[in-house]
Each structure stands twice: as structure tokens, then as C-alpha cells.
Write a protein that binds this ligand. Sequence first.
Ligand code: PGA
Length: 255
Amino acid sequence: MDKAKRKAIIAGNWKMNKTPSEAKALLNEIVPLVADADCEVIACVPYVDLAAAIEATAGTNVKIGAENCHWAASGAFTGEISTGMLKEIGVEYVVLGHSERRQYFGETDETVNKRTKAALAGGLKPIVCVGELLWERECNITEEVIARQIKLDLWDVTEEELKNVVIAYEPVWAIGTGKTATADQAEEVCAFIRDQLAKLYNQEAADAVTIQYGGSMNDANADELLSKTNVDGGLIGGASLVAEKFAAIVKAASK
Ligand code: PGA
């Protein structure tokens, strides 16, 4: 399957930015700028912004995602949010296993896997994030790290469910640092991820998975990154908070 047949997806990851009224204002700016996009456009926003974001994007081509979800349907998990809660208000996507959650909130491949399975069972599409630390890259174990994350994070995810999974390759050293992986580095690891998926499932299933690059992607470097065969989109942090920059990345993915 060639790249043109895969769904290109540009997703904003707003992280802990924007109040509900600010979210509404930003989406009101973004929506007209991306109205004729020839790719999928998503904004993943903080929990409390979700309702305002869904209202602001109703009837448009912009979809809304959350930034995490719990694996249990309900229960004694103070501070957590279930897939059913997200689904009921119209959330379609959910970012899982982001390196900031792994780094600061004790997320492990086991919990990423539990969340991924719960998201899929609950009808949400997970954007599963993987990526190596700078130290791991320097020690030449990027592939080992990525292979392990892909295997564990997708453990027990069926071939049918894989159709609803998006993978985001985010080298941790490139996130929010202004240091982008070169287009060749991004391609190398995204292609490696596809090879791993082919080993775990089969080539056809692997060829259909959208693999995003994330880490300081912006309006200036998006064209080159997205021109690579195995880079099917982007997970955008900082640049997703500026409507014109985000729209320029969407435009690059629409070519
Ligand atoms: P960045 O963040 O674009 O600000 O580097 C990307 C991400 O964390 O998803």
C-alpha cells in the first residue's frame, strides 16, 4: 500500500494549555483555516476544554481528542476519566503513552497497553506515542526501545482493532526542545515501526496504519518531514497553539 492510500492525520496536542474560553477562541480561528484540508485534523485538548471544543467544532472537519483516559469503566480512581465519559460527549481520539506521562506520571508500557485496549473497546481511537530518550539514542538502542514499546503497548490488540490505532513516533529529545529529528531520522524510525507492525500482524495491516512524527514539528519543517514515505502525519505540540502555524502544517499534509 502506498502512502497516498493511508490516512494523513495532523493532530494538535495542546497539553496543559488553554482554558475552555481560550480553547473556543483558538478553535474558532483554526476551523476556517483548515476547512478544505485533505487530511484528518484533530485537536487533543485538556479534559475541561473538551465540551467547549466539541461545541466549537460541531459540523466542521475538525475532530476532538482527549489527552489520556483510564482503563476501568468506572470506580474508585480519583481524578481519572473513563472512555465512556469521553465517548458520551463526542470525543473520537485519545492520546496515550505520551512521553510526558511516562516521564512525570509513572506511565509504563503496561498501563499504556491497558489504556489502549480500553480505548479501543470503548470506541475511541488511540494515538499511541512511542519514542526513545536522548541517552537511548546515544547508546544505539533506539530500535530496541521502539520495538519493545510497540510490542508491549499493542499487546493483545487485534488486527481488526489495529485499524483504529494511530502510532506517533516522538523522540523524547525532540519534544518541546526545538530540536527536530531530521526527516531521514524520522523516516528511519517510522519505517522501523511499520516493520515491527508487519512482524506482529502482517504487511497489509502494517501498511494501513497511520504513523505520525512528533517533536518540534512546525510550519517550517512540516513539508520535508511529511514528504517521507512512512511519515503519515504529525502530532503537534507548541505549533498547534498558533492557528496559522497549525493550519500551515495541515496544508503541508494535504498536498
Ligand atoms: P512539540 O510537542 O511539538 O511542542 O515538540 C510534541 C508533542 O509532545 O506531542
